[in-house]
Every structure is written in structure tokens, then in C-alpha cells.
Ligand binder design. Structure first.
Ligand code: SF4
Length: 236
């Protein structure tokens, strides 16, 4: 697909996001991604935590070869890295792995070990928020797998919105989906998923900050369990 790369101002992008958010509220996830592909072309990417490859799969249908950005914090479960490698091997996507400026060993030397236990906000800022900000610089729009049913903090996620922090259009094509919708899509299309989802984990993040969920808990209850923290700062 050839897309004319318009130069757009921040105000243009913001207006575009707000209009699309209204007009695409009832559109299918694939149609939302087709709109993003047609509007932004190669200046659109998908971010994936490699919990599953549902949004990457949908996006590759709308824009074959789409960039899929993965943040390798240095703290991932081996299963997550394996999922990333499998996605890269079998899907029509271009996986881009972002890494923090410091390795875990370098961070430990500078801030002391287990910063995630003492100051998870700083750890996330160093290992997630900053690398993503740098990695998204060339894009006008990015897609996420946020869903309204995941937690109270995500209940108002627009399908297309304005990412004020980064000055980009933020696309959440499966915002209206339920967990059941995700499972149906995975089964129908044979989409890769992180093996930890079959082992009691409902949401997969960095190993030190993720535990299995208990019955009745929402899907993100296993992230930073026991702390007031609910988001890493990527979506705040
Ligand atoms: Fe650090 Fe935990 Fe945030 Fe990962 S999720 S960057 S280990 S605080």
C-alpha cells in the first residue's frame, strides 16, 4: 500500500484523532487498523508486550510488514522473549526490539539492585517509558492492545485517541473487545500467545512485577500486586 506521507502539524494530528475516535467507535478492529494504515502508512506502528500477538496479527492484515515494537526491559520471562521470536519468524510483520540505555547490571550498579522493588515508577521510567518515547519518535501513530474490560483505569479507552504525552495518535483497535473476543480471535486465526497465559497468568509483564491472578481478580491484578501502582506509565 502506498500512502502519501503528508506533513501534519500536532494540531492536525490531534483533530484527526478526535474525529476518528468518534467516527470509528463502532467500527471493527480490522477497519480501525485499515484506517490507521491508510492514514499513516509506514508512520504507524503497533506496540506489543508479547502477551499475545492479536493486535499485531490484525495490523498485519491491514498493513502487511507493519512495524511491531517490543520493549525488551531486560526483565522479561523467557516465554515472552520466545513469543517475540516466534512472532518475528512466522508473521508478516517487522519486529523492532527497543532496549533501555542501561543493562540491568548497569542500572543495578548506578541505582542499587532491585530498583523495581524500591522505586518501580523510576524503574519503569528508565526501562519502558523513555525507550518507548525514543523508539516512537519517527511515527505519527501507534497501536496498543488496551481493552476497556481489563481494569477500571482502562474503562474509558477510546478506539482512537490523542496521546498528549507523546504528541501522537493512539489507536486501540480492540478497546471494545472482551477477553472472550480475544480468545475467539486467537482460536479462529491460530494466533501466537504467550505460554504463560496457560499457566495462570492473565497479564504478562516483567517477571519481578508479575504474578498469577486469583479467581475473581481482574486481569491486571497480577501486575505490581500489593502496590498502588497499576500502570507502567506507557498509557498514563
Ligand atoms: Fe522495572 Fe517492574 Fe517496571 Fe519492569 S515492570 S520496568 S521490572 S518496575
Amino acid at each position: 500500500m502506498t500512502v502519501v506521507q503528508e506533513e501534519r502539524t500536532t494540531e492536525d494530528l490531534k483533530a484527526l484523532a478526535e474525529r476518528a475516535g468518534r467516527e470509528l467507535e463502532d467500527a471493527s478492529a480490522l477497519d480501525i487498523l485499515r484506517w490507521a494504515a491508510e492514514t499513516f502508512g509506514s508512520r504507524f506502528c503497533v506496540t506489543s508486550s508479547m502477551e499475545d500477538a492479536v493486535v499485531a496479527h490484525l495490523a498485519s492484515r491491514a498493513l502487511p510488514g507493519v512495524d511491531v515494537v517490543f520493549l525488551d526491559t531486560g526483565y522479561h520471562f523467557p516465554e515472552t522473549i520466545g513469543t517475540r521470536d516466534a512472532v518475528e519468524a512466522v508473521m508478516d510483520v517487522n519486529v523492532i526490539t527497543l532496549t533501555p540505555r542501561r543493562t540491568v547490571a548497569e542500572q543495578d550498579a548506578e541505582y542499587g539492585p532491585k530498583l523495581h522493588d524500591r522505586d518501580p515508577d523510576l524503574c519503569c521510567a528508565l526501562r519502558k517509558v523513555r525507550p518507548l518515547e525514543e523508539g516512537l519518535e519517527g511515527y505519527q501513530a501507534w497501536a496498543t492492545g488496551l481493552r476497556r474490560d481489563e481494569s477500571a483505569t482502562r474503562a474509558n479507552t477510546p478506539v482512537v485517541g490523542w496521546d498528549e504525552k507523546r504528541g501522537k495518535v493512539k489507536v486501540s483497535p480492540i478497546a471494545r473487545w472482551s477477553q472472550e473476543d480475544v480468545q475467539t480471535y486467537v482460536a479462529e486465526h491460530g494466533v501466537l500467545t504467550n505460554p504463560l497465559l496457560m499457566d495462570g497468568y492473565a497479564s504478562v509483564g516483567c517477571a519481578p512485577c508479575t504474578r498469577r491472578v486469583l479467581e475473581g481478580e481482574d486481569s491486571r491484578a497480577g501486575r505490581w500486586a500489593g502496590r498502588s501502582k497499576t500502570e507502567c506509565g506507557l498509557h498514563g
